[in-house]
Design a protein around this ligand. Sequence first.
Ligand code: GDP
Length: 140
Amino acid sequence: MAVTRTLSIIKPDATNRNLTGKINAKFEEAGLRIVAQKRIRLTKEQAGKFYEVHKERPFYDELTTFMSSAPVVVQVLEGENAVAENRRVMGATNPADADPGTIRKEFALSMGENSVHGSDSDENAAIEIAFFFADTEIVG
Ligand code: GDP
């Protein structure tokens, strides 16, 4: 299987509860390498642009308000089949449906405040990585 990259975001509910290290440990235990990482505070406008695909969804305003409510940690994860592997480690969107041992099962508060974002395809991973990082900031 090919070594690929994916974009991960540790969301405000998790940074508020000081869970960055515990979540990073989950990635590293699964063999994903954090090859870029920064803690930033998104504006509501930036969050809106990042989640533009959900613009017509009823939760769009709640989501972009939440994502700009406190710092996030944006990161590039690298590993074999990184998109799918990261989504396995994250668990289902709704923590009630997430498998035991996943980040969302252990840490998420609700469907909206679900601790992590992960790209859903290699194509979107490339777009999302470029949204936050220059090539020179990613060191594998
Ligand atoms: P993901 O790929 O597992 O993150 O899920 P989606 O792409 O479907 O949704 C993006 C994000 O929108 C989720 O991670 C949640 O934070 C949020 N979200 C999705 N569905 C709902 C919902 O029904 N209510 C609220 N408040 N937020 C939602």
